[in-house]
Design a protein around this ligand. Structure first.
Ligand SMILES: [Zn+2]
Length: 146
């Protein structure tokens, strides 16, 4: 897969059908996943088209992981998740990205791997998405000291 076939690079409707941009971070872009089966689920994509963590320089890797960590912290604080699950798959869309999936004790898929694309999704309306994004962004700005 090259940049021209990659929706993370093209930022086309294939991407916006799946996620909504929350903000740009130093090495990445943070998105709210439209499927909110796991309340607060996000995706964080590296800012350029790389496939594997080992393709990043040490500086890029450190910066990306810092973004991932800050985003996860904000999600945990906002939604009071009991654990954040981190997943990098990318078999089909190889552009380096983490799924950040908050998990809750006793709730959906607690104690097991989350289903990436469940048949039955929890989709929010525009107002609810906007509110969720603003809440994450506010917390992220507190974490980032902005
Ligand atoms: Zn890409």
């Amino acid at each position: 897969m090259s940049r021209k076939d990659c929706f993370y690079c093209k930022k086309d409707e294939q991407l916006t059908n799946l996620m909504i941009e929350i903000c740009k971070m130093p090495s990445s872009i943070l998105y709210l996943n439209r499927d909110q089966t796991h309340k607060g689920r996000c995706i964080i994509a590296f800012h350029s088209h790389k496939r594997e963590l080992f393709e990043l320089s040490e500086i890029e890797l450190t910066s990306f992981m810092k973004d991932v960590s800050m985003a996860a912290e904000a999600i945990q604080k906002v939604f009071q998740a009991d654990k954040i699950n981190y997943a990098i798959y990318g078999d089909l869309i190889s552009h380096l990205h983490f799924h950040l999936v908050p998990k809750y004790k006793g709730k959906t898929e607690w104690g097991e791997a989350f289903v990436n694309s469940p048949e039955s999704k929890v989709l929010l309306n525009n107002g609810e998405n906007k509110q969720r994004i603003e809440t994450i962004l506010d917390q992220l700005n507190i974490t980032r000291g902005i």
